[in-house]
Design a protein around this ligand. Structure first.
Ligand code: N01
Length: 499
């Protein structure tokens, strides 16, 4: 059934962590004319989609939550997927977002209409809505990436991605292959290793792994958090400061890197006594180049008798299983793709065109860039949440997303003030602001280990860092504290003048 076209002041696209955060801040600034369009039938984004066994957050919940909606459990340190999803539902309920959520509406195209001075949102069912401003909040980890392996279609068994887990497929007693050894695989493998008959873990390159503290707090700490006033806030502050002061310098090749590498090597040596297996699990690149895996269960699972770490590269998939380059065919009935996400494509598969019809994929042909990760010049009144270079490698991404949501709400408030005075205006970023921003990103990127010789999901095929913010979180918060008139142009709605 097609929907009725409608005009909204603000269209938010996506009801995950970022979309909900933006919606909360809009309301807090008295802006109530907005709709959150969500393609699925439920909120939660990545925390709705990733339901694989063991799915959980490896950032403590005290930090993986908004400051305006503290998630402070005195018992649980690391929440599992159902708990994070429940937290997001609570946010939506507590902040009155439910009436704004429009499920089952996939926005497939965004087109700025120069003549009308507003955005046209095309949906999967063909309906077109319009909006004065658009906030995209579609995530960086929303499009599953499937491996491009010859013969994949010939496989006669069951195959699925970790982010599209097939809960109807019982794994008990089966022969299973997991492709990929990132954070998702490290959570899945220990959960299923004891249930399946054989498990082959196909590793293309190893990851540095650090031990994960217990999911639940020690009873003493738990009692402290429960009883001492201010303890929850102090704990959050401690986690934040530790990430800024120790983890970030390590990722920027500081002395703390040696400490982390030492901890990772000791963890590996303590859990993997077999020197041959240990050698295959030792990464040849600096710690942090790939996102560090946090797990105390992954290595012991690999050492089980029914589990084999396969490091010979995959040659092809056949009807019966996976053949490696040495000619060995390991027959399996299930293949699990723990192969990550198409992270550098950002707003894809939406087709986005700005003023004058310029296409965003054309503007971004050498890599996604946006001033503050939020504004793309020539795309007026379009605000990106969790856009290019706003992911954190050392701290909780909720912090940059919260900063963005308040910033974007301020921009919309500014536009709204003009509209109330009968002036239809749009906000556009200056090209010079983006150039200066990009210079800052590139300088920061060059100092981090992310641009070293390893594959990771933070950079594009050219090796340009497109996803991560290479500085302190506090700096990002400062830069997004309020819209900067020097970086933005306020123009009459309609076709933008030449830049
Ligand atoms: O994905 P990844 P992920 N043949 O991209 C391999 C978040 N997350 O889903 O390293 C063979 O890290 C690839 O190999 P290589 C978190 O931010 C968070 O595990 O490229 N292998 C790699 O081993 C995380 O970083 C939590 O050589 C292939 C793996 O697949 C992000 O999600 C929990 C291949 C992909 O690893 C993504 O993690 C889980 C091929 N053709 C996830 N293609 C939290 O706790 C790819 N690979 C918050």
């Amino acid at each position: 059934m097609t929907e009725q076209p409608r005009h909204v002041q603000v269209a938010v696209i996506g009801a995950g962590l970022a979309g909900l955060g933006a919606a909360v801040q809009l309301k807090r600034r008295g802006l109530h004319s907005f709709t959150v369009f969500e393609k699925a039938g439920d909120l939660g984004g990545t925390w709705r989609d990733n339901t694989y066994p063991g799915a959980g957050c490896d950032i403590p919940s005290h930090l993986y939550s908004y400051s305006f909606a503290p998630y402070r459990d005195s018992a649980v340190r690391y929440p599992r997927q159902p708990e994070v999803l429940a937290y997001l539902r609570r946010c939506a309920d507590d902040h009155g977002l439910v009436p704004h959520l429009r499920y089952g509406t996939e926005i497939t195209a965004l087109r700025y209409d120069d003549a009308a001075g507003h955005w046209i949102l095309g949906t999967a069912d063909g309906t077109e809505h319009t909006a004065d401003a658009v906030v995209t909040a579609v995530g960086q980890l929303s499009l599953p990436r499937y491996p491009d392996l010859p013969g994949l279609d010939e496989f006669a068994g069951t195959a699925f991605h970790t982010a599209r887990w097939d809960h109807d497929h019982d794994l008990d007693g089966r022969d299973v292959a997991v492709i990929g050894t990132g954070s998702s695989a490290a959570q899945v493998v220990p959960e299923i290793a004891g249930r399946v008959r054989r498990l082959y873990v196909h590793q293309r390159s190893p990851n540095w792994v650090l031990p994960k503290p217990g999911e639940r707090f020690h009873p003493l700490l738990s009692a402290l958090l429960r009883t001492v006033p201010g303890a929850h806030g102090a704990y959050r502050g401690l986690l934040f400061r530790r990430s800024e002061a120790v983890l970030l310098p390590a990722l920027r090749r500081g002395r703390a890197a040696a400490l982390l590498a030492f901890m990772a090597r000791r963890h590996l040596a303590g859990q993997v006594p077999d020197p041959e297996l240990r050698a295959r699990l030792t990464p040849p690149f600096a710690i942090g180049c790939k996102r560090i895996v946090l797990s105390s269960e992954y290595f012991p699972a690999l050492a089980r008798d029914n589990v084999e770490l396969v490091t010979d590269p995959i040659a092809r998939v056949t009807e019966k299983g996976i053949e490696t380059r040495d000619g060995t065919l390991r027959e399996v009935d299930t293949i699990i793709h723990a192969t990550g996400f198409r992270t550098t494509e950002f707003l894809a598969p939406m087709e986005v065109s700005g003023s004058g019809g310029q296409r965003l994929d054309e503007v971004w042909r050498h890599g996604a860039r946006a001033h503050l990760g939020i504004h793309v010049p020539g795309f007026p009144n379009l605000f990106l949440m969790y856009g290019p270079n706003t992911n954190l490698g050392h701290n909780s991404v909720t912090l940059t997303i919260e900063a963005q949501s308040d910033y974007v709400a301020q921009c919309v408030q500014l536009l709204s003030g003009h509209a109330e005075r009968g002036e239809r205006v749009v906000l556009d970023a200056r090209e010079e602001a983006l150039t200066a921003w990009q210079r800052r990103i590139d300088e920061g990127a060059a100092r981090t280990v992310w641009t070293d010789d390893c594959t990771n999901w933070f950079k594009n095929a050219d090796g340009t860092l497109t996803n991560n913010w290479p500085y302190k979180t506090a700096l990002y918060r400062r830069l997004t504290a309020r819209p900067d008139p020097a970086a933005l142009r306020l123009l009459p709605a309609g076709r933008l003048p030449a830049r």
